[in-house]
Design a binder for this molecule. Structure first.
Ligand code: CA
Length: 727
């Protein structure tokens, strides 16, 4: 079947050459073209459009252009689940977070992992075909909010496209992994990064960027797949002069967006945010691109845009633009004048639902963004069909005013140490959801993580490479009694939620004590697959949520599973590992690593009998390696600077999730010279730990060390660590 398709493709290609290749020069150039594409990854827009006819492939990030992540393969079903076992395991070259969904075309798996490394594997055996490492500089790690992750590649006509962490977009030869073209899509002097998967449509490949936490201006860029030439660009927010960029967005920014921003404030210097770092989807029916737009930069709008109370378009919006030109079609802003990091970058899914006149079919856009509302919009017009909270939220009253704007809670605007739900991790983050057309349900990995936003203290004198405009240490005491962190952690959790998008109501929910559970796959066998923080890979009943099967992955799974079939055998793959936002920001709340498990592709099949690698032993002993030193004022300053600069990687309250060193137990923090070499001189820059000397004074960095050691001894006092020599 596959081979037949390939032969037909090549034959029709050759016939086309014969038909139009009369002139000598044209024939010559056609011959060159004929030799260049490898006879692998022969995917084009039409083939992806018809992805439903080839369920044995997984040709694009979301499984098809509609990104429903539902497979009609049924060999893995209730009857065969007991025999589902590991077929093969592939260990990736570089550790850190694993968030990608693999693509499988014609027997080859193309998958990316940390540091934007791309792997081509035999999808039947896991045998490596090639590895491409774009050699991202270690110092670029500091530009990322949430680890050096990559969520996947795109495949088109013999090429593999990858968005590289430092802002490159590259086309690789799918047969060899060699670079065919490479373009820089961002100003690399600014803190832009790319973690999202590119998408291809027609003759274009499209990519966005990230960096709103550090201060950039968001946009998406579409490039010609063959040449890498820029086809169009759409800026999601105005430039500071509110002048044309010479981009597809010029007219609509002038007509709609410019007046929603004032003329001064941090957005003028730092770009305003609105980065599209995850969901960028091709709507084949309406021939448009749907863009999920991110949060404001900085988060606090009183600092971002003090001269206006405008909506700051197109922050936190779903935008529809023409696929060929990039020109504006419609938008829906989920969170006007965002102030809580409520990105609308989350997965955009298209479906035909019985929401039309008289119960007829209507093509809709669905999204469950960070702000906790589930949105259903008409795909052609952008008209709002429904907006319903899918989890607890306290930033709105739950009502909308006559103009369709959410009615805000006063406390969530005043933000004087108010615990807002959802917090910046979102009620739903990048972890993909899935839609089963048979059950009519969307399966959403939901988080419940409150966050203290405080705009009243420590904002003006903050010294942070992060640019949020709130007190980064809000709610952090220097000293806290035993049990505090466990109690805080107990406020956090999540669910796997089955949501009915037609009735706009939940059907069932499986609760988890830990948030940020993995992405989801739905199958026609009535199964929902999801990995979780406990290192389990689980199959649930799609109708009831009953847990039917599970298998240990050793490492944590955040990425979404996918499935494919080769030679009559169905395979089910998921990435596991440790890293990404879930293990960086706070070990105590998101779950501590069992060990620094490497990133792996783990592939299951019926009758698979490979064994999983043994879990790595925990190697770090939780024991202070230096006597306590410093006065309370120094600890207080150290806590403030740690919160502003260090906790995004090393963990809130200095409790690390395990992939990045826990500084409380580090030999480097125990020694003032070693500390200065790392923190001020940047000797570990290659590993991603840059120098902070240009940013923090020696008084600041000394205070951070004093705070870290004080926190180590606090852990001993609270019974969470041993004193030296105790064990
Ligand atoms: Ca953000």
């Amino acid at each position: 079947m596959v081979h037949l398709f390939r032969i037909i493709t090549i034959l029709s290609f050759m016939l086309a050459l014969v038909a139009c290749g009369q002139e000598a020069d044209r024939a010559a150039s056609s011959e060159v073209t004929l030799q260049t594409p490898a006879v692998v990854a022969q995917v084009d827009t039409d083939r992806i459009k018809n992805a439903a006819a080839e369920p044995e492939m997984w040709m694009t990030y979301g499984g098809g252009y509609d990104e429903q992540r539902h497979s009609t393969l049924g060999q893995i079903n209730r009857d065969t689940l007991p025999e589902l076992g590991v077929g093969w395991v592939y260990e990736m070259a570089k550790p850190r977070g694993a968030e990608a969904t693999p693509i499988v075309v014609d027997g080859v798996m193309y998958v990316s992992s940390a540091w934007s490394v791309v792997y081509a594997l035999d999808a039947k055996t896991g045998e490596e075909k090639w590895v491409y490492d774009p050699e991202v500089s270690g110092k670029d790690a500091a530009k990322g909010c949430c680890d050096v992750v990559n969520r996947g590649v795109a495949v088109h006509n013999g090429r593999v496209f990858v968005g590289v962490f430092d802002g490159r977009l590259e086309a690789l030869d799918a047969a060899s992994g060699e670079v065919v073209w490479s373009v820089v899509t961002v100003d690399q002097s600014k803190p832009y990064t790319i973690t999202g998967a590119p998408r291809v449509f027609k003759d274009k490949v499209i990519i966005g960027n990230a960096g709103a936490e550090l201060g950039v201006r968001g946009y998406v860029s579409a490039y010609n797949v063959n040449s890498g030439a820029l086809a169009w660009r759409f800026y999601t927010v105005p430039n500071p002069e509110k002048k044309p960029d010479g981009a597809a967005s010029d007219d609509i920014l002038a007509a709609l967006a410019n007046d929603t921003w004032g003329d001064a404030g941090a957005w003028v210097t730092d770009g305003g945010g609105g980065t599209a770092w995850d969901s960028i989807v091709y709507d084949t029916v309406n021939d448009q691109i749907l863009i999920g737009v991110g949060n404001g930069s900085p988060w606090n709008p009183d600092i971002r845009d003090p001269d206006s109370d405008g909506d700051n378009l197109f922050l936190s919006s779903i935008l529809a633009v023409d696929a060929d030109t990039g020109r504006y079609r419609w938008h829906y802003q989920t969170t006007p004048r965002d102030r809580w990091d409520y990105t609308a970058t989350q997965q955009i899914m298209l479906a035909d639902l019985p929401l039309g006149d008289g119960g007829g079919s209507r093509r809709v856009v669905m999204q469950a963004p960070k702000n906790g509302f589930f949105y259903v919009l008409d795909a052609a017009s952008g008209e709002l069909v429904s907006a319903t909270p899918f989890t607890n939220q306290n930033w709105t009253t739950g009502e909308f005013d006559e103009s369709g704007r959410p009615v805000l809670m006063e406390e969530a605007v005043d933000l004087a140490l108010y615990a807002v739900v959802p917090g910046p991790t979102g009620a739903h983050n990048w972890h993909p959801m899935a839609f089963n057309p048979d059950t009519g349900l969307v399966y959403i990995p939901v988080n419940e993580i409150p966050f203290f936003y405080d705009k009243t203290r420590n904002v003006a004198d903050s010294k942070s490479i992060w640019n949020i405009g709130y007190d980064a240490a809000a709610g952090w005491p220097v000293e806290y009694p035993a049990g505090t962190l466990a109690a805080v952690s107990g406020l956090d959790g999540g669910t796997l939620l089955a949501w009915d998008p037609v009735k706009a109501e939940p059907r069932w929910a499986v609760p988890f004590p830990l948030p940020l559970n993995g992405g989801v796959l739905s199958t026609t066998a009535g199964l929902v697959f999801q990995g979780n923080k406990f290192g389990d890979f689980v199959a649930y009943d799609a109708e009831t949520g009953e847990r039917l099967w599970s298998h240990s992955l050793v490492g944590n799974a955040a990425a979404a599973p996918m499935t494919y079939e080769i030679d009559g055998e169905q395979y089910l793959s998921v990435l596991s590992g440790w890293g990404s936002v879930s293990s960086l920001i706070a070990g105590f709340t998101y779950g501590e690593a069992k060990g620094k498990e490497p990133a792996r592709v783990i592939t299951f099949k019926v009758g698979g009998n490979e064994t999983m690698p043994a879990p790595l032993a925990k190697v770090v002993s939780a024991t202070p390696k230096s006597p306590i030193f410093g006065e309370p004022e120094q600890h207080q300053l150290g806590m403030q600077r740690f919160a502003e600069n260090c906790h995004f990687c090393h963990g809130a309250f200095a409790v690390s999730g395990g992939v990045i060193p826990d500084l409380r137990w580090s030999a480097i923090s125990a020694n003032d010279e070693a500390w200065d070499q790392v923190v001020r001189e940047g000797v570990l820059e290659k590993q991603g730990m840059v120098s902070f000397a240009g940013h923090l004074t020696k008084e600041d960095t000394d205070a951070i060390r004093a705070y870290v050691i004080q926190q180590a001894w606090l852990a001993v006092a609270n019974g969470n660590a041993s004193a030296p020599g105790e064990n």
